[in-house]
Design a protein around this ligand. Structure first.
Ligand code: EPS
Length: 397
């Protein structure tokens, strides 16, 4: 990622999260309210724990924006952890040495970063690892994603998400963008558009909570309004699907990713998978190259093909469980029960919002790579001029 670059810093119970973003052209409208809209969406969802009642995520823009518009310099964001104001956390997570005795966390949680992290970094306290491996960091990523979303909106690209499954409850959804109940999804506590599935998903989360357990699931992210030709077929790491897959797998607890109905396609012959190209006589007025289906999920040979991008992420159930899993102690190696302080039961609804953010980031990076531009008007002019060239063409001399 070289065109839209970003880094995050911050521990879950430290003072807060920092995000630095570079590559956004000058002149783009950007406000704290715009970013806050996505941060609030990430905090929601049925199945969240008590922590989300403490946090009121809002990012402060500390550089890169003047009088409501970007100025081309790095954009820095600061997001406070309200929980850090608790006296316990101030001591446990103090930057300076403290006089108080601070308990170590040594009961390794299976499925979390605890074992590999403490071994790799040579540490005797799991807290050194869990504070950064916590999904709290995704608040900073969503803030970066909001900035990317603003850039994409300038060239008519929109990104949305929905929950497809929670545990074994699977929702129905429409293949075409306009058939999806996006407004209902935003109102749904589990971010699902299928009213029949919603109560079953809620009941499944309640049952998991009752059983002191956790639940995973599947979310889907879609993007529409894409030009043909983002990404490139010429190197593995320039392929748009590879970049999207890496970004989705980079979300905490995601263990699987799928572009279009990839796993279903794997069981079918090619004649039932590849999306036909319609003749010009059947195109709608405002589009060039129509496809009757979108089984490619909007990407062919590592390039956007102008169809909606459809990507799914599969989340394992959260690995911090009130039903303490059998483990071994980090210091003694003796049998123990895994560490539990407090946790969410299910984060699939939040993961969809995070999925939107990372897809926005990858697409913003690919759009800047294709169109460039140091001012937003230059970026938009370049994009519009390129789109004009798409379509059947005369052979070139
Ligand atoms: C998380 C554990 C919980 C989550 C947290 C991710 O935090 P705590 O240990 O403070 O209860 O709530 O997620 C967030 C704080 C957030 O904003 O999403 C973990 O271990 O990954």
């Amino acid at each position: 990622m070289t065109n839209f670059r970003f880094l995050t810093a911050g521990e879950s119970h430290g003072k807060g999260l920092t995000t630095v973003i570079e590559g956004v052209p000058a002149g783009m409208e950007l406000s704290e309210d715009w970013i806050a809209a996505d941060l609030v969406r990430r905090q929601g969802g049925y199945g969240r724990g008590k922590r989300q009642q403490i946090e009121k995520d809002r990012a402060e823009i500390t550089s890169g924006v003047r009088h409501g518009r970007t100025i081309g310099s790095p954009i820095a964001l600061w997001l406070e952890n309200k929980d850090h104001n608790n006296a316990n956390w101030r001591v446990r997570m103090a930057v300076e040495p403290v006089d108080e005795e601070v308990d170590r966390v040594t009961l390794l949680r299976p499925g979390h970063a605890d074992l590999a992290g403490t071994q790799k970094y040579g540490l005797d306290d799991v807290r050194q690892i869990l504070e950064r491996s916590s999904a709290r960091e995704t608040a900073a990523r969503v803030a970066a994603g909001s900035v990317a979303r603003a850039l994409l909106a300038e060239i008519g690209i929109e990104v949305r998400s929905q929950t497809i499954a929670i545990g074994d409850v699977v929702a129905k959804t429409a293949d075409d963008w306009d058939g999806v109940e996006w407004d209902a999804i935003e109102r749904s506590p589990v971010r699902v558009g299928d009213p029949d599935a919603e109560p079953h998903m809620i009941a499944a989360i309640d049952a998991a909570k009752e059983a002191l357990d956790s639940l995973g699931g599947i979310f889907e992210v879609r993007a529409r309004g894409l030009p043909i030709g983002l990404g490139a077929h010429v190197q593995w790491d320039r392929r748009l699907d590879a970049r999207i897959a890496a970004a989705i797998l980079g979300i905490n607890a995601v263990k699987g990713v799928e572009i279009g109905p990839a796993f279903e396609n794997a069981h079918k012959p090619g004649s039932e998978v590849h999306d036909a190209l319609l003749p010009a006589s059947e195109w709608e007025d405002d589009r060039k190259w129509e496809r009757p289906t979108n089984r490619a999920g909007g990407i062919e040979a590592g390039m956007s093909n102008g169809q909606d991008i459809v990507v799914r992420g599969a989340l394992k159930p959260i690995s911090t469980l009130p039903r303490r899993l059998p483990t071994a102690d980090l210091l003694t190696g003796e049998a123990a029960e895994a560490f539990y302080e407090r946790a969410d039961q299910c984060v699939v609804p939040a993961a969809g919002v995070i999925g939107e953010a990372v897809l926005c980031i990858v697409l913003a990076d690919a759009a800047l790579e294709k169109f460039g531009g140091d001012h937003i008007d230059e970026f938009k002019r370049n994009a519009a001029a390129y789109v004009e060239t798409v379509g059947p063409r005369e052979p070139r001399a």
